[in-house]
Ligand binder design. Structure first.
Ligand code: GLU
Length: 417
C-alpha cells in the first residue's frame, strides 16, 4: 500500500504531478528545470491599522510562476495557513490549468496569511488596498491579473481595481477579474467555477455510463465553489445528498435552496434543526456517485482515500488529493477529474471578463454560459481521449496536455540571450 511521503504538502504534490507529466512526455532534464522553477516571487510585509489603532503585520505573497504563454493569472487567497510554498504550488497549478484550457495566460497566485473572518469590513479594505499597493509594480492587465480565491470575493476585487486605477490616474478594469458587474465584471463569473465543476461531473458520469438523472452527489465545502456546484448539479437532474462546511455537515435535506434558507435562518449548516449530522470524514466516505471536494488542499490522503465509496471524484478545490491518495483512488478504479480541469470554469470566465474589459463590449449571460460550456467540453474531451487512448489517468492526461503546451511555447520562444 502506498505510504505518505514525510514531507507531504501542496508543493510536493504539485512537483510530483509535474514529474509524472514530464516523464510521460519524455521531456529533457533542461525542460524539467525550466518547468519546475517559478519565474518571479514577491514576498511583502502588509501592515494593517486595526479599528482600535493597533498596527499588525501580515505576510503577503505574489508568485508569477510562468509568463511564457501570456500574462500570469490567478487568485488572491486570504487564509491564515498560506505560506510561500503553498502559493508556489497553486501558481504552478494555475499555469497548467490555463494551458490545458487554451487560455493565453501563464499562471500566478497570491495571498495574505490572515484569517479574513477576523477582519472588520474597513480592516479588510485597508489590508486589501495595502497588499495591492505592495504588489502594484508587478501586476497589470498585460502583466499579471489577480482574481478571487479562498477568503476573497468581488468586494476585494473592487478595492484592488480602485487602488490600481487611482495610482494609474485612470480606470483600469482589466487589472483584476471577478469584479462586481457595475465595475466591468462579467455576468456568470460568480457561479463559473461551480458551473464548470457541474459540467465536469456530468461528463465524468457519461464517461462511466452512470445516468445523470438522480445521480447522488456529496460535496465537501459550501462556499463560492461548493454552493454554485450544488445548484448547478441539481439543475442538471442530480441529487445532492450530503454537504459539509467548516461548521459541520448534514444529510437529509430536500433541495439546496431549502438548505440555503436554513443557513440564513440559523446562521450555520450545523445549526439547522431536523437534519442528520455528518462529520467531514463521513462525507468523504459517503455512499454516492459523485464526490466533490470543494474546500482546501490535502483532503484525500493516503489515509482518508481508503474509505471513499464514490464512483467519480470531481476536484472543485485546488490540490485536494495527495499523490498517495491519488494512487489509492486509481487502484480502486474511481475516476478522478483533476482540479486543473474540474475547477477551470472560474479562470475561463475570468478570461471572458478580461476580454470584455479590454474590448469595452459586454456579453449576455447566455453567451457566457455557452462559451464556458464549449471551452470546458473541449478540454474534457481532449483529456478523456488522451487518457483512454494511452491508458493513463485523467490527471496525468490533463497535466501532460497543460505542461506539454507550456514546454512547446518555451521551445518556440527560445532562450534569451
Ligand atoms: N482562484 C481561481 C482558481 O484557482 C480563479 C483564478 C482566476 O480566475 O484567475 O482557478
Amino acid at each position: 500500500m502506498p505510504t505518505e511521503p514525510v514531507a507531504e504538502s501542496p508543493l510536493a504534490t504539485a512537483l510530483s504531478q509535474l514529474r509524472t507529466a514530464v516523464d510521460y512526455l519524455g521531456l529533457s532534464e533542461s525542460e524539467w528545470a525550466t518547468l519546475s522553477t517559478p519565474r518571479r516571487i514577491l514576498e511583502v510585509a502588509v501592515p494593517l491599522r486595526r479599528d482600535d489603532e493597533r498596527v499588525e503585520m501580515f505576510k503577503g505573497y505574489r508568485v508569477q510562476y510562468s509568463t511564457t504563454r501570456g500574462p500570469s493569472k490567478g487568485g488572491v487567497r486570504f487564509h491564515p495557513d498560506i505560506d510561500l510554498d503553498e502559493t508556489i504550488a497553486l501558481a504552478m497549478l494555475m499555469t497548467w490549468k490555463c494551458a490545458l484550457t487554451n487560455l493565453p495566460y501563464g499562471g500566478a497566485k497570491g495571498g495574505v496569511a490572515v484569517d479574513s473572518g477576523t477582519l472588520s469590513l474597513r480592516e479588510n479594505e485597508r489590508l486589501t488596498r495595502r497588499y495591492t499597493s505592495e504588489i502594484l509594480p508587478i501586476i497589470g492587465p498585460e502583466r499579471d491579473i489577480p482574481a478571487p480565491d479562498v477568503g476573497t470575493d468581488e468586494r476585494n476585487m473592487a478595492w484592488m481595481m480602485d487602488t490600481y486605477s487611482v495610482n494609474a490616474g485612470y480606470s483600469v478594469p482589466g487589472v483584476v477579474t471577478g469584479k462586481p458587474i457595475v465595475l466591468g465584471g462579467s455576468l456568470g463569473r460568480n457561479s463559473a467555477t461551480g458551473d464548470g465543476v457541474a459540467i465536469a461531473a456530468r461528463e465524468a458520469l457519461k464517461a462511466r455510463n452512470i445516468p445523470i438523472e438522480g445521480a447522488r452527489v456529496a460535496i465537501q465545502g459550501f462556499g463560492k465553489v461548493g454552493y454554485w456546484a450544488a445548484k448547478a448539479v441539481e439543475k442538471m437532474g442530480m441529487k445532492v445528498v450530503a454537504i459539509t462546511d467548516v461548521s459541520g455537515g448534514a444529510t437529509g435535506f430536500a433541495t439546496i435552496d431549502e438548505l440555503w434558507e436554513g443557513i440564513k435562518e440559523h446562521g450555520t449548516l450545523a445549526n439547522i434543526p431536523g437534519l442528520e449530522r455528518i462529520t467531514n470524514e463521513e462525507l468523504l466516505h459517503f455512499e454516492c456517485d459523485v464526490l466533490i471536494p470543494a474546500a482546501l488542499a490535502d483532503s484525500l490522503t493516503g489515509k482518508s482515500a481508503l474509505g471513499v465509496r464514490a464512483k467519480v471524484i470531481v476536484e472543485g478545490a485546488n490540490a485536494p488529493t495527495t499523490p498517495a491518495g491519488d494512487d489509492i483512488l486509481n487502484d480502486k478504479g474511481i475516476l478522478v477529474v483533476p482540479d486543473i480541469l474540474a475547477n477551470s470554469g472560474g479562470v475561463i470566465v475570468s478570461y471572458f471578463e478580461w476580454v470584455q474589459d479590454n474590448q469595452d463590449y459586454f456579453w449576455t449571460a447566455d453567451e457566457v454560459a455557452e462559451r464556458l460550456n464549449k471551452m470546458m467540453m473541449r478540454a474534457v474531451t481532449e483529456v478523456h481521449e488522451l487518457a483512454d487512448g494511452k491508458g493513463i489517468s485523467w490527471r496525468t492526461a490533463a497535466h501532460a496536455l497543460g505542461v506539454g503546451r507550456v514546454a512547446e511555447a518555451h521551445k518556440l520562444r527560445g532562450l534569451y540571450p
